[in-house]
Design a protein around this ligand. Structure first.
Ligand code: 0SG
Length: 214
């Protein structure tokens, strides 16, 4: 958890534009470092590896576009605007616009952590996090998933760690008080949520959201 807090998303400027470079750097850190902790302490690599490689592929795709012209693509919105011009009717289901749309699945983490923070739990099994994971899935990824991916999710749910193990994983394996860990999650979510919300707003405003299932 210390790592999560050491590497916060930046606060957004008044115009709520998300700068591409710091966003990508943070996303890579989140996936590489934090997912490593989570894999090591609670979720097995069999479950996490495909998720991780999918997210890293999205990041790589956005970064490849950014690297062609960092000045022109300083913000994520600039990427969408340029690609909209460039791809015409193919847009938005193309290029970095599509990769970033999938990367919006960072909202899964946002909803999941917020649900933990809000104390939502299965009263009969308070140490399970299935309620929280399911909520996050239903509000974020489910609409994009075909039947078979939804079944995969249901299967993965049974491998979800216990709440206590997950909080321990966020604390890098140290035993910490639950309140202490949740307080850190709360701080982490401030900038994280603002950034993810801004990306969602941008997709809505630019009509870049796509309704389809994989
Ligand atoms: C704590 C318990 C956690 C349980 C988590 C369960 C998660 C659900 C399990 C789902 C398994 C995901 C494996 C990957 C699935 C991918 O098929 C989908 C769709 O992928 C997109 O497909 C690509 O990402 C796109 O790449 S792009 O860069 O080129 O644009 C593109 O290929 C697209 C197809 O486009 S098309 O050809 O149609 O034009 N990916 C997902 O659903 C995202 C999964 C993210 C999960 C995040 C979970 C975080 C867990 C954190 C736990 C703390």
């Amino acid at each position: 958890m210390a790592l999560l807090l050491e590497h916060q998303f930046r606060p957004l400027p008044a115009d709520r534009q998300v700068e591409t470079r710091p966003f990508l750097e943070y996303a890579i850190m989140l996936v590489e470092v934090v997912s490593f902790d989570i894999m090591q302490y609670c979720l097995g690599p069999t479950i996490f590896a495909p998720i991780k490689s999918d997210i890293l592929a999205n990041i790589t795709k956005v970064k490849a576009v950014y690297d062609t012209n960092p000045g022109r693509f300083r913000t994520l919105q600039q990427i969408l605007e340029v690609e909209k011009e460039m791809y015409g009717t193919q847009w938005p289901k193309v290029g970095a616009t599509l990769a970033l749309m999938w990367l919006k699945s960072l909202r899964f983490i946002q909803v999941f952590l917020q649900s933990l923070l809000d104390g939502e739990k299965d009263e009969n099994n308070p140490n399970l996090i299935r309620v929280n994971v399911t909520k996050a899935y239903e509000l974020t990824l489910k609409r994009y998933h075909s039947w078979w991916l939804q079944q995969l999710f249901r299967a993965a749910l049974f491998a979800a760690p216990y709440r206590s193990d997950f909080l321990k994983a966020l604390s890098k394996g140290r035993e910490v008080k639950e309140e202490e860990c949740l307080e850190k999650v709360k701080k982490f979510l401030i900038n994280f949520s603002v950034t993810v919300d801004a990306i969602y707003e941008m997709y809505n405003k630019m009509n870049a959201e796509i309704d389809y299932r994989v």
